[in-house]
Design a protein around this ligand. Sequence first.
Ligand code: SF4
Ligand code: SF4
Length: 169
Amino acid sequence: MNAIARYFSDFFRGIWSLMLGMSVTWKELWTKKVTRQYPENRETLVISDRYRCELVMPHDDNNEHACTACGVCEMNCPNGTIQVISKTIETEDGKKKKILDTYHWDLGMCTFCNLCVLTCPSDAIRFDNNFENAVFDRNKLKQVLNREGSGLREKKKPIGQPEPSAGTV
Ligand code: SF4
Ligand code: SF4
């Protein structure tokens, strides 16, 4: 292809590309607008279940969770967002047992990578889609996920989906 032919080829390709772009713009000009009026639309707002907003530790009706305080999530968190504090208790038969004391999670440090959830061997934590977490004080982003007085479930059966705020105290 000589230089003149290439010039016209590029020229018409450019025109075609421009027309293609303008056709999209023209089409969108007449498309119904979908601006969402948040927070007025809170009642009808749909947030995807897969959207990761807040780490929670589901508790069942007996106030029991599935966290064994193994610390795997803490080790796998790239940001140091999780701190698992454990304590040792003596069981009725005189054996020593490590249980969860306090599960700290800092929303302000979390990048929502989901590594903690994926690596937890007990399925004890998960993300929910409660996205309204704006606060004026960063300290309020630090949460304790295990409820007061809660304990470890003996049998690791799956817990149903709790209310969005059920994992926080
Ligand atoms: S949440 Fe899971 S990984 Fe983390 S300490 Fe508890 S059982 Fe271990
Ligand atoms: S989602 Fe990622 S950054 Fe957030 S606590 Fe879990 S492992 Fe850490």
